[in-house]
Design a protein around this ligand. Structure first.
Ligand code: NAD
Ligand code: UDP
Length: 316
């Protein structure tokens, strides 16, 4: 009998890659999504697979899954700043009520659960790079607070279920990840820059572009998540690529890579935009034997193929 795994947020960027990976590993996969920010196109290739099922459901409402469940991966949530600014209440609900429902389901099914947390729990960090011991610097009532605090609550309730009910829990703190199946218009920096460069539009750098991020290719992230789920470590683990770059350098890199004539146009910096972000991945290295394998030039090259086909369908 195949092990059965529930993946929430299955029609999204990361959820759809997780569905692929778990099917490849021989699991029976139940994908769940309400299509709030996701797209069925990301998983339509899986519909003919008899070991894949899809439930169209909002996990902030009671979640029912018939039969056995061995693992749950909770990835449902608006994830890009423009999505969660547009959907603040849904973001809070899926982090709080959605997580509560899935913890209850895990308890009822005696399943192991992994929840998707984020580097945003560190807010605009005053410690650099960010290790799991850092408690963060978050503005609870700022525009990003709806996402940051939902994820912080998610971590708190997950640890409570672990401590009170002995539930097998895992928490992954994901740093900026990119790759095929990101939504072109999700407002995150990579889809924004790549689609602008491919259309010959100016790249919109927010602020002076001196803020930094560290970008992880999706295949590396999925490997880290798989290893964390299969480990016995219940505390948060950072998964990300520590290669750090300023946003201005990133824009220049994408202009070079695409061979575009686009220039940079400077736009106002959004409120509470973190000035620096780089994961300390010592824990992932030591506990999971994991580190990223795909550097930015290779990852960007692979991602460009996907974006070219979306932005310039005639030439693809
Ligand atoms: P995404 O928007 O592509 O995917 C999220 C999916 O969740 C979408 O398909 C959406 O329709 C679904 N969803 C949202 N609310 C739902 C609800 N109430 N019920 C059911 N489905 C719902 O985003 P993503 O980048 O794939 O992010 C997935 C998860 O990973 C999120 O929890 C996010 O916070 C976390 N994360 C992602 C990154 C990253 O760089 N991509 C970084 C940190 C954390
Ligand atoms: N950013 C930018 N131009 C854009 C989109 C984003 O300069 O068109 C900047 C944004 O201000 C932030 C960084 O790029 O400093 C990463 O933004 P993203 O939305 O991808 O994710 P974040 O790490 O802020 O959650």
């Amino acid at each position: 009998m195949k092990k059965r795994v529930l993946i929430t947020g299955a029609a999204g960027f990361l959820g759809s890659h997780l569905c692929d990976r778990f099917l490849m590993e021989g699991f029976h996969v139940i994908g769940m999504d309400n299509l709030l920010t996701g797209n069925l196109e990301n998983i339509e290739h899986l519909f003919p697979n008899p070991h894949f099922e899809f439930y169209h459901h909002d996990v902030s409402k009671f979640v029912h899954v018939p039969g056995e469940l061995h693992y749950i991966l909770h990835f449902a949530s608006p994830a890009s700043p423009i999505d969660y600014l547009k959907l603040p209440i849904q973001t809070l609900k899926v982090g709080a009520m959605g997580t509560h429902n899935l913890l209850g389901l895990a308890k009822a099914k005696k399943a192991r659960i992994l929840v998707a947390s984020t580097s945003e729990v560190y807010g605009d960090p005053e410690v650099h790079p960010q290790s799991e011991e850092y408690w963060g610097h978050v503005n609870p009532i700022g525009p990003r607070g709806v996402y940051d605090e939902a994820k912080r609550y998610q971590e708190a309730i997950t640890m409570a279920y672990h401590r009170v009910h002995g539930l097998e829990t895992r928490i992954v703190r994901i740093f900026n990840t990119y790759g095929p199946r990101m939504r072109l218009d999700d407002g995150r920096v990579l889809p924004a820059f790549m689609s602008q460069a491919l259309r010959g539009e100016d790249l919109t750098v927010f602020g002076d572009g001196s803020q930094t991020r560290s970008f992880c290719y999706v295949d590396d992230l999925i490997e880290g998540i798989f290893r964390l789920l299969m480990s016995d470590y219940p505390y948060p683990v950072n998964i990300g690529n520590p290669e750090e770059i300023t946003i201005k350098e990133f824009a220049e890199e994408i202009i070079r890579l695409t061979g575009s004539r686009s220039k940079i146009s400077y736009q106002p910096l959004p409120q509470d935009d973190p000035k620096q972000r780089r994961p300390d991945i010592t824990k992932a290295r030591e506990i999971l034997g994991w580190e990223p394998k795909i550097g930015r030039s290779e990852g960007l090259r692979r991602t460009l193929e996907y974006f070219k086909a979306k932005v310039l369908p005639i030439h693809s």
